[in-house]
Design a protein around this ligand. Structure first.
Ligand SMILES: NC(=O)c1ccc[n+]([C@@H]2O[C@H](COP(=O)([O-])OP(=O)(O)OC[C@H]3O[C@@H](n4cnc5c(N)ncnc54)[C@H](O)[C@@H]3O)[C@@H](O)[C@H]2O)c1
Length: 247
């Protein structure tokens, strides 16, 4: 139980990687607030798993791209559990298209939800973390934010932005004992990647030396490590959980 009595907020925690992160942090002892734009009913499988295991978990419906909703989520977590020790910025979407066909809305939506959300929650959570002189912020980026990917200009720009934001916040808050790191997942089996056609999946699989898709739990284990005191001397890093895509 590496996270006993810690309080974690996970955005986009209703399903997929966020749900696996919430479950994993909880099993390491953390109290959990799941925040998602989806209805509480759609988060029910995740919430029920947590509550059935006797874990203290709450749901807060909010749009991560809204500064107001981020502040309300953090206020809710602090009033429910006293503080926030671990902030996992996981909410994200794709709106893939080649630049020539990409609409302004697709660009704006992806930047708002994937990148601005990290600004929103980091700003909201930094006050309780500074007050207690400790905290871990973990941002879910992507390997494509490092390597680029045709057909994902909006998504790649957002994830490269998340990596730059991670390194900057790591420098700004190191003196306050707040570590800020990113995980860059590769090709993980969730509803997000279920949208890809077989040709796209085959092309990606050719880039994966371990020759299999990752599971949400693979990402969750890396998040739990970065959230724990085992990672107290690690900040400003990007850990790829990608079957060796980038090395
Ligand atoms: N699946 C992959 O292969 C992969 C690879 C690299 C990075 N990632 C990143 O991991 C994160 C999770 O991806 P996933 O595969 O679990 O996706 P997913 O689509 O299965 O789940 C995303 C979750 O985010 C929520 N969400 C969407 N918009 C939101 C908003 N505005 N506010 C709050 N919540 C919102 C959704 O309701 C959903 O619960 C994303 O940031 C994604 O970019 C995924």
């Amino acid at each position: 139980m590496k996270l006993k009595n810690k309080v974690a907020v996970v955005t986009g925690g209703a399903r997929g990687i966020g749900s696996a992160i919430a479950l994993h942090l909880a099993r390491e002892g953390a109290k959990i607030v799941i925040s998602d734009i989806a209805s509480e009913e759609s988060a029910q499988p995740t919430l029920s798993s947590l509550l059935n295991e006797g874990i203290e978990a709450k749901y807060f419906k909010g749009d991560a791209s809204s500064f107001n909703d981020a502040q309300k989520t953090i206020d809710f977590a602090v009033s429910s559990f006293g503080t926030v020790d671990i902030m996992v910025n996981n909410a994200g979407i794709t709106r893939d298209n080649l630049l020539l066909r990409m609409t302004e809305k697709d660009w704006d939506d992806v930047i708002q939800i994937n990148l601005k959300s990290v600004f929103n929650f980091s700003k909201a959570v930094i006050k309780p973390m500074m007050g207690q002189r400790s905290g871990k912020i973990i941002n879910i980026a992507s390997v494509v934010g490092i390597m680029g990917n045709a057909g994902q200009a909006n998504y790649v720009a957002s994830k490269a932005g998340v990596i730059g934001l991670t390194k900057t916040l790591a420098k700004e808050f190191a003196g306050r004992n707040i570590q800020v790191n990113a995980i860059a997942p590769g090709f993980i089996e969730t509803e997000m990647t279920a949208k890809l056609n077989q040709a796209q999946k085959d092309a990606i699989m050719n880039l994966v030396p371990l020759k299999k898709m990752g599971q949400p739990s693979d990402v969750a284990k890396a998040v739990a490590f970065l959230a724990s005191s085992d990672a107290d001397y690690i900040t400003g890093q990007v850990i790829c959980v990608d079957g060796g895509m980038i090395m």
